[in-house]
Design a protein. Structure first.
Length: 201
């Protein structure tokens, strides 16, 4: 077991263990995540993992809390950069089609996170806070119901695109976002795109 002196000499060890847990979950899934795999990924003795976390469940929970906090911060920061509703639409498209949400690792971890949260109330509560934060960021530019729809759309398109044989491209994603975000009286007619990811008018 790590001594107090050892901890002082390696102040980053706990964080490395949490980061390694996310890597192991992304590679193997929660069901196949073990103390031994986490220790190997983090490059620490097996006893260090149990020193910092009383159970594997507590460690997985801490890793998912970190994921939720990081994703929420990136989401909010991108929306905060918008100055008006048009900019907010650009931000939503960027979040869906860019590097904030569309990365395969992020999507894999999100699948595991939702399944874990459904069975663990403490993580579920953090997920609710994450959704509330995302919706609040969107509500700077959209009514609450539209903000809720866009929040669901961000994850929904990302999940579908990760397994769809013809994933939606950025232009198609923009059309969908605009159809939800722009009031009908302001919306212009949409062009008809052919090929994969076709969005009917």
């Amino acid at each position: 077991m790590t001594t107090g002196k050892g901890r002082q000499n390696d102040p980053t060890r706990r964080q490395r263990i949490v980061d390694a847990t996310l890597e192991v979950i992304a590679a193997y899934g929660v069901a196949a995540t073990t103390h031994r795999r986490i220790a190997g990924e983090a490059g620490v003795p097996l006893g260090s993992v149990t020193y910092y976390f009383e159970s594997l469940e507590a460690l997985i929970g801490a890793a998912f809390l970190q994921l939720a906090a990081q994703s929420s911060a990136l989401f909010s920061a991108r929306l905060e950069a918008a100055e008006d509703r048009s900019g907010a639409i650009d931000a939503v498209v960027d979040i869906i089609a860019g590097t904030i949400w569309a990365k395969p690792r992020t999507l894999l971890l999100s699948y595991e996170l939702y399944a874990f949260a459904a069975r663990h109330p403490a993580v579920s509560a953090v997920m609710q806070q994450w959704m509330d934060t995302s919706r609040s960021a969107l509500e700077r530019f959209f009514d609450p119901l539209t903000a809720r729809a866009l929040d669901a759309l961000v994850e929904g398109i990302g999940i579908h695109n990760s397994i769809d044989r013809a994933p939606l491209d950025r232009e198609a994603i923009r059309i969908i976002v605009e159809r939800i975000a722009v009031p009908k009286e302001e919306g212009a007619s949409s062009p008809n795109f052919g090929g994969s990811g076709t969005i009917p008018p």
